[in-house]
Design a protein around this ligand. Structure first.
Ligand SMILES: [Fe+2]
Length: 251
């Protein structure tokens, strides 16, 4: 156990992982999201609520093309709407840069030049029937992170269930204007519940720009989108990723 650092996080071991005493959980912390950004994305979030067909391709009114993946084994109606092409990826990357996520997690992520965006999403869901506790990332250190930031007010009504380091189950209530950033060993699930309409979240997968752990990292991202950017900056498809690394299912 080391010293108190950014946002009151306690660094562990060599400093690449940490404990959040407020959450009593590893490798997770809350960040502020600029209200102007949330306001700008509000009409776009509204549009995504109707984009709910598995495998569907959609265009936002700003021209950004999205592709929908609905993992069939999840006990919820979750939709992962990701960039359908490199233009759309660039649009998501603009949001990623504005939030400053690369700089925020840089102290924790082993990397050479810049903490890299792998994929951007709108995640939407209105119900979850059962917990599906999982860690997004299975690397030893903090090579990759997820951001979940609510874009609709009802995001606070269907939150996240997570485990503390003591194995207790707690609820995290999402709050508009805040985002939750979490890495490996953070055990969580969509909370069980039901809303009148879909809650919409901005979500990013991002992390190291080294290819060393891409087999493990990509196993998460490749399940949720068709096009993904690799740590070295090149793009690949889900099919090509599976061909290269196998079809290891994380969830
Ligand atoms: Fe997750």
């Amino acid at each position: 156990m080391g010293d108190m650092t950014f946002a009151g996080l306690l660094r562990t071991r060599d400093g690449s992982t940490f404990l959040n005493p407020a959450l009593m959980a590893p490798n997770a912390f809350a960040i502020d999201i600029d209200p102007a950004l949330v306001a700008e994305l509000a009409p776009i979030a509204e549009e995504t609520k109707a984009m709910d067909s598995q495998g569907g391709r959609y265009a936002l009114s700003n021209g950004v093309q999205l592709a929908n993946v609905r993992p069939p084994h999840w006990r919820s109606d979750i939709c992962w709407l990701s960039h359908a092409d490199e233009n759309a990826f660039a649009w998501f990357e603009g949001l990623y840069d504005r939030i400053g996520l690369a700089e925020t997690v840089a102290p924790f992520v082993p990397h050479d030049r810049k903490v890299t965006l792998y994929a951007g999403f709108f995640v939407t869901r209105s119900r979850c029937e059962a917990l599906d506790m999982h860690c997004d990332w299975v690397t030893e250190d903090n090579q990759a992170f997820t951001l979940m930031a609510p874009l609709t007010a009802n995001g606070s009504q269907l939150g996240m269930t997570y485990n503390t380091i003591r194995g207790e189950t707690r609820q995290h209530d999402y709050e508009i204007g805040k985002g939750l950033v979490f890495g490996p060993k953070f055990l969580h699930s969509t909370a069980v519940g039901q809303l009148d309409e879909r809650a919409v979240f901005l979500c990013f997968n991002f992390g190291t720009d080294r290819m060393d752990n891409w087999e493990k990292i990509g196993a998460t991202t490749a399940q949720q989108c068709d096009l993904l950017r690799q740590p070295d900056g090149s793009f690949t498809s889900q099919a090509a990723w599976r061909q290269a690394y196998g079809s290891k299912a994380l969830y």
